[in-house]
Design a protein. Sequence first.
Length: 397
Amino acid sequence: MFFDTIHAVPADPILGLGEAFKAETRAEKVNLGIGVYKNARGETPIVKAVKEAEKRLFESETSKNYLAIDGVDEYNAQTQILLFGAGHEIIASRRAKTAQSLGGTGALRVAAELAKHRLDVKNVWISSPTWPNHNAIFKAVGIEVRDYRYYNTTEHKLDWEGLIEDLSQVGKGDVVLLHGCCHNPTGIDPTPAQWDKLAQMSAEKGWLPLFDFAYQGFGNGLEEDAYSLRSFLKCNKELLIASSYSKNFGMYNERVGAFTVVAENEDTANRVHSQVKSIIRTLYSNPASHGANTIALVLKDADLKAQWIVELDEMRARIKAMRDKFVALLKAKGAAQDFDFIIGQNGIFSFSGLTPEQVDRLKNEFAIYIVRSGRINVAGMTDDNIDYLCESIVKVL
Ligand code: LMR
C-alpha cells in the first residue's frame, strides 16, 4: 500500500502541547505553553474594539466575493502605518508593498518562498534559540539554516559578543531573521543602541534583513516596539517584514498577518510585489476577508483605534504585573535560585531556565504544561493558578 512506508511525525513542540493539555484529565491543570494572551480569569477574550467593528462589518457587508490576491487594501495601508509610523517617507514614496497573509506564519512562508525561488538566497541566519517553526519553514523551501548565538544561558542575558561574532560571518545576500521585539522564546531584545549597531552592520555587509514582528505593543508600546525596524530602515533600503495581529488584536483564529517588502523605489517594490502575488496564488490563491476587514475598520476609525490601544495597554500591564508577581512568589515560596532576570524580559514569554527534565516533571506530577525549552507563557498566569505554579516549580528545582 502507498502509505505503508509513512512514519508518524512527533507532535509539534508548541501546538502539540495544547492538544495534550486538552486531553489532560486532572482538575488542577495549568496551560503555559502556546503564546496566547489570557485575562485575569484565564480567558482569551475578544477585544471590545474588535467586537464593535465586527458588528459594523456584519451590518455593512454585502458580498462574499473573493478578495484580491494581496487582500484588503485598507488593511495593508493601515499595516504600513503601524510598522513605519504615519507620515514616514516610505509610505509617501510608495516603496513598500504589503500583502495580507495567513497569520505571521503565512507571511514567513511567503518570505521563504521569495528568498529561495525568486532571489536565490542560499542561507538564512536564525537566532539560537528561536521559535521552532522558523527552522521548519526555511528548511521546507530548501534554504540552508544557520544559527547565530543569541542567549547567554548562564547569565540569562543577550549574548551580544557571540551574536556579533556569528553575524560577522553572514555572506552578502544572506537573509538574517530578526525578532522585531519580544524575542520568542527568550523575551530578551537588543537595546536601541544595539539595534543601531546591527542596522549599520546589516547595511555594510549587504544582508537581506527579515523582521518577524508578531508582538508589536506587547513589549513597551506600539511605537517603542517598532524601534528595531525603524532603526534598520534608516540604513537599509531593502527589507522584508512578516507581521501579525494574532496577539495584539487577540485574533488568533482569524489568521491576520501581513508580508511587507521595502524596496529602493516604487518601481522595484511593484516588481517584487508582483512576484509575491504569484507566490500567494500558488500557495492559497487569496486570503480570508473577515479578520482583515475587521482590523481595517478598527484602525481607520479614530475612536475604535484609541479603544484598541487602551485594551492593548491593559494586556501589556497585566503581563508585566504577573511577571513581577511570579518572580516575587518564587522567592517567597523558597526558590533557592535567583529568578530576577525574568523581570527584565519583554512580551508574553519568560525564558525560565527550567530544564527539559524539570518541565517533564511539572507536566507529569503537577499537570503544568510548559514548552520543553523552559519557555513559560506569563500571560497564562492568573491569581488563581500562580501559587500552585510557583509551589510546583520550587518542588522540581
Ligand atoms: C507561540 O510561539 O506559542 C505562538 O507563536 C504560537 C505558535 O504558532 O507557535
